[in-house]
Design a protein around this ligand. Structure first.
Ligand code: FAD
Length: 330
């Protein structure tokens, strides 16, 4: 067991039911994460954490082990959900009832500026901001409905996080941390039609409190050669990865030339009008990792293309950053 898994929580399912074991196996398969079985029970490994089930005489013990306190809470939420799906309630030794959802910080909007013609930069400040600068590149922004006092997701008695619904439901898009300091983070919003986030950002939200959940969604791939392909929504992630990587890197972006900013003069960066065509033009993928992010339809086509070309699943990621009517992928 890793020494990094230093935060713990324990609970019990009051039956040695095979249903709990089956439920954990199903979830591990659905999430494509490792499951380790031994004589006493089994463990699911996820987010650098361990969710362990140990068989006891007439019950199952659940141990949650995580490298960060917030991840124990997230795992408690997940475990409660996994077993509830098969009708089993977990008796947790401790639940932080009423606490903000694990990983949720409330940060204040310091300012909003137009960074390039099609991008808005938002700075959020708060004592808890520093933790968003490391480990993962992304976060979920939680925006309360306009004109209502914010209701934030909180931990319930069962260990599950309860989210506000109906009129209080939050808008929850995912963004990339573009820059960060000791007590602030910046993120860049691509301006597009029908966007509740753009409407919010362009309505002078200075001073407002917003929810920031995470960080999550991975880090820069570790590879000797790295190919990055992305549309406007992936531009902030590509900028971060170009800063982080030590690989022999090439990046291809589909965005307006005037939105490239400092990347316009970057020797590893080119602009294109068709990401899938640009991906197909790359012939020599032999010892590299391919990272592709755009609309879900384009990500699906990129995935099929790479698999057809024989690239193993572990050597690429093709991620849908947004979904909609996707003419570009047609
Ligand atoms: C890991 C990850 C990181 C991301 N990082 C960023 C980032 O740093 N900056 C950024 O701008 N986006 C980023 N995105 C994409 C962003 O989450 C989506 O574009 C999201 O839909 C934005 O929410 P919204 O309020 O603008 O629109 P939504 O309420 O989600 O959608 C409203 C309408 O807008 C359409 N729409 C959504 N995105 C686009 C688009 N790009 N072009 C045209 N129409 C669109 C939808 O189809 C829908 O019709 C990221 C996504 C992921 C998964």
């Amino acid at each position: 067991m890793s020494h990094l898994r230093t935060f713990r929580s324990t609970g019990t399912v009051a039956t040695a039911s095979g249903a709990a074991v089956a439920a954990l196996k199903t979830r591990a398969a659905a999430w494509e994460v490792p499951l380790v079985e031994d004589d006493d029970g089994l463990s699911m490994m996820v987010w650098g954490c361990e969710l362990r089930l140990t068989r006891q005489t007439d019950s199952l013990r659940i141990d949650l082990l995580a490298p960060e306190k917030r991840l124990v809470g997230t795992l408690q939420d997940t475990a409660t959900d996994v077993f509830a799906e098969v009708g089993l309630a977990v008796q947790w030794d401790h639940v932080n009832v009423g606490a903000l959802a694990p990983g949720l910080s409330l940060l204040r909007v310091e300012h909003v500026v137009r960074r390039t013609p099609n991008f808005i930069r938002v700075r959020l400040r708060g004592t808890d901001a520093a933790r968003f600068g490391t480990g993962s590149l992304h976060f979920r922004l939680l925006l309360p409905p306009q004109g209502r006092s914010p209701q934030w997701p909180r931990v319930s008695e069962t260990g599950r996080t309860v989210w506000p619904e109906g009129e209080d439901a939050l808008h929850r898009p995912v963004y990339t941390i573009a820059d960060h300091g000791a007590d602030w983070i910046d993120f860049d919003i691509f301006r597009h039609a029908d966007s509740p986030t753009c409407t919010w950002a362009e309505a002078d939200p200075d001073g407002q409190l917003v929810g920031v959940l995470g960080p999550g969604g991975g880090w820069c791939p570790d590879a000797r050669r790295l190919w990055l392909f992305g549309d406007e929504t992936a531009l902030p992630a590509i900028v971060r990865m170009l800063q982080l990587t030590e690989a022999d890197v090439r990046a291809v972006l589909r965005c307006a030339p005037e939105d490239l900013g400092s990347l316009a003069d970057h020797p590893a960066v080119t602009r294109c009008d068709d990401l899938l065509a640009a991906l197909q033009e790359v012939r020599d993928l032999d010892d590299g990792f391919v990272w592709f992010a755009a609309s879900t339809a384009e990500a699906r086509l990129a995935r099929s293309d790479l698999l057809e070309r024989g690239l193993p699943k572990g050597r690429f990621s093709a991620i849908g950053y947004w979904s909609g009517n996707d003419c570009a992928a047609g």
